[in-house]
Design a protein around this ligand. Structure first.
Ligand code: GDP
Length: 334
């Protein structure tokens, strides 16, 4: 994309639901280039936001069956005439530069479905960068007429919290485990999750899955006993066979009904605010990393801290003072 971006043409293409335009727009919003960021702002302002879309996060450890589940759910939804977008937030792509999640080859049926659009995780350098790209890609898909956006993420580190912060309903897939059923689930997950499904409830594992679901259900009741009123339901499903998957979707819709139109609008507005601060933090961290003034003292300060001759607090002051002295006073932040 060396030439200037023709934003009005892109807007028209997206509104017409043309796949090539959607793909081009997502590439644009994923780009970190300054001119692309300006074009992105213009594009998103022109597209506007839709309130009637369904944004669902799908998380779980590698191998739990996320892509199989998304393939099954996505196919059910397109079978009902809904247009489905699939996006991904892959923290490993941040480190390795590769992206695994949302890979089309892992969802062959959905990838060939004219009502679906699958986009793998961008590798935008930081989780914040990936989150920004994914949030903006979601807006592009919605403007192009996609009714449901499924955002896949791996149950690692901050990525779940990040995805929970960009969707209406956050689903967590888990497996039945023998012994302590909660072992595999971080406590923080129980606080942000809206729907849980114990996957691979088929064959020999079916009854084990039901027991796990009951135990988890009890644990959730403890966590949410005087919360916001929605106690996340725990279901069992087999993504492979498709059983229980429509029921998970029912619960996504039930969660939505629980929020109500106003609750949903509030949730999205609050997410925007948090997203704004996340963008600011991310941008500041980037600027700190790229500041020549900081770079000029970084090694010296590092050696002094390691040698024990400079306390960490004074060292932090010096870094920040160097940054402030070298930073331009004004200019577009993001
Ligand atoms: P992901 O890493 O979470 O995306 O997991 P995948 O969807 O790639 O699934 C990992 C493996 O588990 C694959 O071999 C799937 O065929 C298998 N799998 C996924 N869902 C189920 C299920 O419901 N039942 C069974 N028996 N296997 C499943």
């Amino acid at each position: 994309m060396a030439r200037a971006v023709d934003v009005p043409a892109l807007v028209e293409g997206i509104r017409d639901g043309r796949r090539a335009a959607v793909a081009r727009a997502i590439t644009l919003v994923e780009s970190g280039r300054t001119d692309h960021r300006a074009a992105t702002r213009e594009l998103l302002a022109a597209l506007g936001a839709r309130a009637d879309t369904v944004r669902v996060g799908i998380s779980g450890v590698p191998g739990v069956g996320k892509s199989t589940f998304i393939e099954a759910l996505g196919t059910i939804l397109t079978g009902r005439g809904l247009r489905v977008g699939v996006l991904a937030v892959d923290p490993s792509s941040v480190r390795t530069g590769g992206s695994v999640l949302g890979d089309k080859t892992r969802m062959p049926r959905l990838a060939a479905d004219p009502l679906a659009f699958i986009r793998p995780s961008p590798s935008a350098g930081t989780l914040g960068g990936v989150a920004r790209a994914t949030t903006q890609a979601m807006l592009v898909l919605e403007a192009a007429g996609y009714d449901v956006v499924l955002v896949e993420t791996v149950g690692v580190g901050q990525s779940e919290v990040t995805v929970a912060g960009m969707v209406d309903t956050f689903c967590f897939l888990t497996l039945a485990r023998t012994g302590d059923q909660l072992q595999g689930i971080k406590k923080g997950i129980l606080e942000i999750v809206d729907v849980i499904a114990v996957n691979k409830a088929d064959g020999d594992r079916e009854s084990e899955a039901r027991v796990a679901a009951r135990e988890l259900s009890g644990a959730l009741r403890m966590v949410h006993h005087r919360g916001r009123g929605w106690v996340p339901p725990v279901l069992t499903c087999s993504a492979l066979q498709g059983t229980g998957v429509p029921e998970v979707w029912e619960q996504v819709l039930a969660h939505r009904a629980h929020l109500g139109p106003e609750g949903l609008a509030d949730k999205r507005a609050t997410q925007q605010l948090e997203f704004m601060w996340a963008l600011v933090r991310d941008e500041l961290a980037q600027r700190l990393r790229h500041s020549p003034a900081v770079a000029s003292i970084r090694d010296e300060v590092r050696s002094a801290v390691l040698a024990g001759t400079l306390p960490a607090t004074s060292a932090a002051d010096r870094i920040l003072a160097a940054y402030d002295a070298g930073a331009p006073a004004t200019g577009p932040l993001i």
